[in-house]
Design a protein. Structure first.
Length: 151
């Protein structure tokens, strides 16, 4: 796996505070691995529970797919473009909460790419144990501005 020369902020079209990942651990053709450590300063952190609900893992997976798209675009000399999560299949988590101090490693592997659509198998590893998985369906239009203007 190759190292990543970019920060997460350079790879995603998000702005703070919605950049939820810490860094890209590595990537290659069709695959990317990211990480984050759960801390109270993150969006969605609930002090009374000491963590973040595990369903937010779906967004961690989506942003991981987004980093792959960003890496792919930048490596081809193209700008980072916005993408849309169209849906997911079988999001399953063995945890209810990601707790403060947990280090999550998120992987996304491209299963299918057809023009502007993509399907990725995603997994979250916490403390070296797989705790969540899903298949994400994504769409990355050529001109997202025209789509968003209609919203």
């Amino acid at each position: 796996m190759r190292s990543c020369p970019y920060t997460i902020a350079e790879l995603l079209p998000h702005g703070p505070p919605m950049i939820l990942l810490d860094e890209v651990l590595g990537w290659d053709q069709g695959h990317v691995t990211t990480t984050l450590t759960i801390r109270s300063s993150l969006p969605f952190f609930m002090e009374d529970k000491g963590g973040i609900p595990s369903y937010v893992g779906l967004e961690y997976m989506a942003q991981t797919c987004g980093t792959y798209a960003g890496l792919e675009g930048l490596s081809l000399g193209q700008p980072v473009r916005i993408g849309f999560l169209l849906g997911t299949r079988n999001y399953h988590s063995t945890m209810d909460w990601f707790l403060a101090g947990d280090r999550l490693v998120i992987t996304a592997r491209e299963v299918l790419r057809q023009e502007l659509m993509g399907v990725f198998d995603c997994h979250i590893i916490c403390n070296e144990v797989e705790v969540a998985s899903a298949q994400l369906n994504l769409y990355q239009p050529e001109d997202a501005a025209s789509i968003l203007a209609g919203v």
